[in-house]
Design a protein around this ligand. Sequence first.
Ligand SMILES: [Zn+2]
Length: 708
Amino acid sequence: MTISSPPKPSTELQKNPLISFGGGIATYSEIKPSDIAPAIEFLLEQAQYAVDQAVNPNTPARWNDLVEPLEDATESLSRSWGVISHLNSVADTPELRSAYGDMMPKVTAFFSSLGQNLALYQKFKELSQSDGFSTLNPAQKKVIENSLRDFRLGGAELSDAQKPRFAEIQDEQALLGKAFSDHVLDATDGFVHVVQDLSDLAGLPEDAIAAAAELATQKNLQGWAFTLHFPSYYPVMQYSENRELRQMMYEAYVTRASELGPQYSKGNITWDNTQNMLDQLRLRDEEARMLGFENFAALSLAPKMANSVDEVDLFLTNFAMKAKPFAQKDWRELCGFAKAELALDNGLEPWDVPFAAECLKQARYSFSENELKQYFPLPKVLDGLFGVIQTLFGVNIESTNLPTWHADVQSFSVKNTAGNIVAYFYLDPYARPGKRGGAWMDDARGRRELTNGEIQIPVAYLVCNFAPPVKVDGVLRQPTITHDDVITLFHESGHGLHHLLTQVGALGVSGINGVEWDAVELPSQFMENFCWEWEVLESMTAHVETGKPLPRELFEKILAAKNFQNGLMTLRQIVMSLTDWRLHSLFNTKDVQNQSVLDLTRKIADDFNVIPQPEISRWINTFSHIFAGGYAAGYYSYKWAEVLSADVYAAFEEAAKLSGSVLDAETGKRYRTEILEVGGSRPAAESFKAFRGREPSIDALLRHGGLA
Ligand SMILES: [Zn+2]
């Protein structure tokens, strides 16, 4: 074997801003698209060298010789790559996008080759069976165990005879998933309904009418055009007083990508997903059995918090039974209102439901979103959020001036009680051209204990898309955000705290790394609860003109509207979760051939749904989360994490009964220690139990949602 030396950056490369920041903070504004290829090529080479060294027979299977150097090299690569993909999300330009796209396949190929590297698997196995393993700390052990699990789930233990078929299954699944979402998109795009007479659009808001006129112009049509894309479709369902229009749009919507879809009449059935779903379920079942699991649902639980297929099924069924009476109550209320106020013949049909619900909401809970927004200037909201964090978790958040990628971006340091900086984060609040929509938290750097004993402190990005401040009479107004925006900000800050307050030193399980993904939304949804507390809102609001806090009366209104029709909404989510779960746990390879997906979907709907489902409904044919996203046998995790977060929050409500405030420092400290600090270093179920002193209970979520 030849001994090579590690690749060293040339003098030119040392000046490349994607290399020169090393373990520090990147100087985003200096990065040019032309820096990307040379930096990433070099870092890939360096990482590949580390992999080759790791699998070298002479490399001892010890943490410091095997895991540390590998982590050093892959972290350098993923941090620089992280900076580029971050810029691609928040400061997109055609040049950056193309440079990013050029390197993407190489980076993806490198990381997937790691998971397929059997020599590396053997080394990790050797380490786990060595005497040295017992001397590792729990976080280090967890990193090794997670790696071994991922190798096994990637097929590392399969025989040589099985491997080609396993690889084939992965490829086929990827193709089918892509075809599924293409069909949904094509079926959604393929339908256009044109309205010629404005009087047919009675009830629709002006902006929806303007958008329909614009769409017609784009398509060279006369009048107003509607498609089945949600922003075009849903306002019709919600506001249109034209019942025939609603029915026609509804029927087109629920038959997309099925044998009943509108395209069928044109003799083109290629958008029908019926066979695609069967094929995917069959392949998933086959994959699970190859890996030694009874079904795909059981396989999907390997990296999750839930323990067994039955546990999830029981969780969902019990939840459904509790929610059903409230859904029935919502339904009766809606039907009663429709009968008395809306004069609909034959009662409520499925295409009347969003319309009737909107009318009822207006009648009962109307308030002006715009008026409410005046009470939430962003700086005041941030002060409020930081105050909550400070009181609960004993850290101070101070403005600082890290290099950023845009003038609107703010940066902050997080200091402990001794005044030492323990973390940094960025806040990029406003929507702008070149910035991807939505809101998210991402890690720029994870906490890690370095070999020299130093601590690398974590850094996070909080990205939102609030409406930017506007100029009135030439003067820039204070930026104000909606109450929904406030909830989003608290949500992302919850993910941020999970990442920033970790005390774990092993990168693979520090902060949000390695957290089971049915538990990862716990800290984020937990923070949302504070946005519904009067004591928090009162001190977090100041009218943009008068400076007065939110009036109590307006607060009561938003609180009353919060749980409007929540019984029906909750039950719908549970039925979707249960359908996903049973498709992946009850079907086996043999059944999938014969038993139709639709039959099972109908059976669950008949058992649990309250709103009568029309015969023609084929909603399952567009359930992209489970057939084209990452949520196969995972849709339940939304509700699962909500239960956890509500139950954690209930501990603060219990403390408030004694102390008078939900901002209870002692409970906050316990939450910080048992949940935030440990990150992925121990199972989420253990962390929950350590905080709550018992198993999770669904009661708090039911109570918060008005379902108790
Ligand atoms: Zn989240």
